[in-house]
Design a protein around this ligand. Structure first.
Ligand code: PLP
Length: 375
């Protein structure tokens, strides 16, 4: 028996250690994308594993209305890590749920219904976040979705300012579009979003599910521009591979969030993993390491493959290489011939979202392999 939703890769992964994963034949793969940005500290990380084991032997579940030390610690950890004066935390189990909550909280706090989102955006697959996701391929079969949504071109400040009006509940943006092809927002675009939402009392939501937690060389990518939103969504690597989502918001949103809940949100074992993950990322200066290693990666690709590829984009260890041909073909050759796992971002972009602990030697191996595949 098999599930019917996923197309299957021809590799059966059995274990992971640091930046490597190993299949059932004992072949080792360098994981530059196989774990989809979900293991920032690498596989089988000791501090995270110890925190999980420790919590497992104490308590695996109690509902979120019961105060529990490890969960309260995570509220504090995230409030402390969140940008600006954002210090309210709601925990759930995935990225799409974190976005759903952000949309619901925005509607409740503003009393408005309209959402403004961007062309080529990706925010998740449940009905609300799917409605603000751009690609028709993901949406068509499930319509009708949410109404009252206006899409504007990414980085078109004028169009964004014009779309935000008195009916707007929120503007939802990725500071760097991931799935959409690794497109960084300009400072002007984010500043326009901030001014336009403030002018009408709408909320500004930054979806940092892929960009957050040090990946782009800062704890949150929005720190690149200094623009502070009203809500930040986080998920993916927040518990170094265990399922979690978080919606972090300012007081005015939290004070009037409506009525919301999730049975497993704030699970103590997951909270222990998240505390260990976020603390390690901050204490070990992982964002700085991501900035340096990412710059080294982009620089090597530009120097050695500049003629062969159309563009190299991104920040830190969120890197997209426009290869000008089928990304999937390149990815297959990288995996089968070179033991390197990466991701597509659209049809022609090869995307690297490795564990943030990769070293320059891993980058060297990846760039040499990419050069061989492409040339
Ligand atoms: C920016 C962004 N938002 C939301 C999501 C949805 O997260 P999840 O798959 O955990 O629901 C993703 C997942 O790739 C994402 O990259």
């Amino acid at each position: 028996m098999s599930d019917f939703v996923y197309s299957k890769k021809p590799i059966r992964i059995e274990s992971g250690d640091g930046v490597y994963m190993t299949d059932d034949d004992g072949t080792e793969y360098l994981d530059l994308g196989g774990s989809y940005a979900c293991v920032p500290l690498g596989h089988d990380h000791d501090r995270v594993k110890d925190a999980i084991h420790d919590q497992l032997s104490k308590l695996t579940y109690v509902q979120a209305t019961y105060p529990v030390g490890v969960r309260e610690e995570l509220y504090g950890t995230l409030a402390d890590a969140a940008p600006g004066d954002i210090d309210n935390v709601w925990l759930c189990n995935s990225g799409t749920e974190a976005v759903e909550a952000a949309l619901k909280f925005s509607r409740s706090a503003t009393g408005n219904t309209k959402f403004v989102a961007c062309m080529r955006a990706f925010h998740g697959r449940t009905m609300g976040s799917l409605s603000l996701t751009w690609k028709n391929k993901y949406k068509k079969q499930y319509e009708p979705l949410l109404e009252d949504i206006e899409f504007v071109a990414y980085n078109d400040s004028e169009a964004l300012a014009a779309a935000v009006d008195d009916d707007t509940a929120a503007v939802l943006l990725e500071p760097i579009q991931g799935e959409g092809g690794i497109n960084p927002a300009t400072t002007e675009f984010l500043e326009t979003a901030r001014e336009a939402t403030e002018a009408v009392g709408a909320s500004l939501i930054f979806d940092e599910i892929q960009t957050g937690l040090g990946r782009t060389g800062r704890l949150w990518d929005s720190q690149r521009t200094g623009v502070v939103p009203d809500i930040v969504t986080s998920a993916k690597g927040l518990a170094n591979g265990l399922p979690i989502g978080a919606t972090l918001c300012r007081d005015w949103i939290a004070e009037d969030y409506g009525n919301h809940a999730s049975t497993f949100g704030g699970n103590p074992v997951i909270a222990a993993a998240a505390n260990a993950t976020v603390s390690t990322i901050r204490e070990e200066e992982i964002p700085e390491h991501a900035a340096e290693t990412g710059a080294y990666l982009r620089d090597r690709v530009e120097r050695e493959l500049g003629e062969e590829v159309r563009d190299v984009r991104g920040e830190g260890l969120m890197v997209g290489i426009e290869v000008g041909r089928s990304a999937n073909g390149v990815l297959r050759d990288l995996a089968i011939d070179h033991g390197i796992l990466a991701l597509p971002a659209g049809r022609t972009v090869v995307r690297f979202l490795p564990p943030l602990v990769i070293e320059e030697t891993h980058v060297d191996r990846a760039v040499d392999a990419l050069a061989e595949v492409i040339t």
